[in-house]
Design a protein around this ligand. Structure first.
Ligand SMILES: [Zn+2]
Length: 302
């Protein structure tokens, strides 16, 4: 068996991935962010070209079912730009879906069937399973989604990518998924820098899971120096081999093609040079190239 990264244009050898933005959204429409939705394929292509211009070769798009997920749109962007794009199936945290949303009444088995279909037999295949947790707790709908994601992982081996709310419950989520038979190396935890606590990050990292920071450019919450220090602390703790970085440009108002800022390329034009200057180019290569090639690779089940 050989590992692949499942991108929208087809399976890649992990080494083909190249410099990767581990968390983005080319389209996102959610009641949680009224007025900040974006769903235009043409504008997504314009923004994607800014990534290509700074040497990015691959992007993982985390938009899940019901929130503007558009596999054919991702394929269009990928074909127009040459970027490798890994799409997501799966379901976000509870708050993104109104009480009467049809996804809520699906059984665990129905959700698992849908996820597995998106990963294996859909015309444009997804490469990761997205799930979401609430602030310091898992709600019943989320527990059902987690169980369905674990079932789909068992059938496909695809990694499970987790939205943590304000970075809470990292280790708890890893253990919850381990209890469902999902190993920590198949789990990516996003937004951990929303709780900029290096000791908690080290504890979470000790489980063996992937640690994703995606807060560069969120200057009204914390400066980039905070994220750089978190990275330095994780490297000091021996966890550089589990680190991923994403831009998570999840708002219309943050995307330059829509007239916003700082733009999807901020992670590479502004943050990456600081990372390389302060922590070295070798670490930059590990975080942007080597780690994504392992985190998003899996051996497809026969
Ligand atoms: Zn996101």
């Amino acid at each position: 068996m050989t590992s692949v990264v499942r991108a929208v244009r087809g399976d890649l050898e992990p080494g083909e991935l190249g410099p990767t933005d581990a968390h983005e959204h080319f389209f996102l429409t959610t009641p949680v962010q009224p007025g900040d939705e974006f769903a235009d394929v043409g504008l997504a292509t314009v923004e994607a070209l800014t990534l290509v211009a700074v040497g990015v070769r691959a992007v993982v798009d985390w938009t899940p079912i019901g929130l503007g997920r558009d596999p054919e749109g991702l394929l269009d962007v990928s074909q127009a730009t040459g970027l490798h794009i890994v799409g997501a199936t799966g379901v976000h945290r509870d708050a993104h879906y109104p009480p009467d949303h049809p996804l809520r009444s699906k059984t665990e088995g129905e959700l698992a069937d849908r996820f597995a279909h998106d990963l294996t037999t859909a015309p444009v295949r997804s490469g990761v399973i997205k799930v979401g947790a609430s602030y310091h707790r898992l709600q019943p709908f989320e527990e059902k989604v987690f169980a369905a994601a674990a079932e789909a992982h068992h059938r496909t081996a695809a990694p499970i990518c987790v939205h943590t709310e304000h970075g809470t419950m990292g280790a708890h989520i890893v253990e919850h998924l381990r209890g469902l038979g999902v190993g920590p190396r198949s789990v990516v935890l996003a937004h951990l820098d929303r709780n900029p606590d290096p000791v908690e990050h080290a504890e979470t990292g000790a489980t063996g899971t992937w640690l994703q920071l995606d807060g560069p450019g969120r200057t009204k919450y914390w400066p980039d120096s905070t994220v750089l220090q978190l990275i330095a602390d994780l490297v000091e703790a021996g966890l550089g081999g589990q680190l991923l970085l994403g831009g998570d440009t999840g708002r219309r108002s943050a995307i330059r093609a829509y007239g916003g800022g700082p733009g999807m390329d901020y992670l590479f034009t502004r943050f990456r040079p600081r990372l390389e200057h302060q922590l070295g180019e070798q670490l930059s290569r590990q975080i942007f190239v080597d780690n994504p090639a392992r985190a998003f690779a899996f051996e497809p089940a026969p």
